[in-house]
Design a protein around this ligand. Structure first.
Ligand SMILES: Nc1ncnc2c1ncn2[C@@H]1O[C@H](COP(=O)(O)OP(=O)(O)O)[C@@H](O)[C@H]1O
Ligand SMILES: [Mg+2]
Length: 239
């Protein structure tokens, strides 16, 4: 693995407010954060504490009300949707709690899609390799509704890694899965993090999952309350 320790994500006084019934509601109070390349970071906190909002700002899916967010030194807060979309396609992968696969496409086609959109030439070879890495070689021609929740999430992981993103954002990636399946999904994420040196930023309710990350930050009512460094456990498993 290529060990790099440069800052990949940097946030200065980032905040998010919305207007509801003529009242200003602060969802995220100004916070600072730095994430190193290849680091694994968990964002924890109770429901409604602002985790998804923070993740969306870090990934350039949403714009802050104030403050700055740099991804690979690119000022996302100054970019329009099209510019942010280009940065995302090049540098960012996502995994969501609801998997969000395209139902009319097979597992293989779902995985190939981001690579095809990026005009990657070897999309099919890469997709087949990733499906094999996540243990789904036999299911590549199956549609999402023919797959279990855990299998669908494995397809979503393969899809997220196909463009070899610098940062993978995962929002409650195990939230819809039973604990054993969730653990297997987490194994895959950490394994791919090690294999590709991908920075992993994951939102989770699951303390066991959070503890597998090198660092945890906790949000409460839109504020950063604690930052904990956790000794990494042995995260590498054989695929
Ligand atoms: N676009 C929005 N308009 C109004 N309120 C919002 C919006 N987005 C999020 N919120 C509110 O902000 C708070 C934080 O939401 P969220 O980031 O989804 O929390 P979490 O992911 O930690 O459960 C919640 O109270 C939520 O209802
Ligand atoms: Mg959320």
């Amino acid at each position: 693995m290529n060990i790099k320790s440069e800052t990949i994500l940097k946030v200065n006084k980032l905040s998010k407010s919305v207007t509801l019934d003529d009242k200003q509601l602060t969802i995220l109070h100004p916070l600072d954060l730095e994430v190193n390349s290849a680091e694994t970071l968990a964002i924890v906190g109770s429901s409604g504490s602002g985790k998804t909002t923070l993740l969306s700002l870090l990934a350039g899916l949403d714009l802050p009300s104030s403050g700055e967010v740099y991804l690979k030194e690119q000022p996302l807060h100054q970019f329009n949707e099209e510019q942010r979309s280009q940065i995302r396609a090049k540098h960012v992968g996502f995994i969501f709690q609801q998997f969000l696969l395209i139902n009319s496409l097979t597992a293989l086609e779902n995985v190939m899609l981001p690579a095809e959109l990026a005009n990657q030439k070897n999309a099919k070879t890469l997709a087949l390799q990733l499906l094999s890495d996540v243990g789904l070689s036999e299911r590549s021609d199956h549609f999402p509704n023919q797959l279990s929740g855990g299998e669908q999430q494995r397809v979503a992981i393969a899809r997220a890694f196909i463009t070899q993103p610098d940062v993978l954002f995962a929002d409650e990636p195990t939230g819809n899965l039973d604990s054993q399946t969730g653990e297997h999904i987490a194994d895959l994420l950490f394994n791919l993090n090690q294999q590709f040196g991908t920075t992993l930023v994951l939102v989770t309710h699951d303390h066991k999952l959070a503890h597998r990350c090198q660092r945890q930050i906790e949000l409460a009512a839109g504020r950063l309350v604690t930052a904990t460094v956790v000794e990494p456990q042995t995260n590498v498993v054989m695929l």
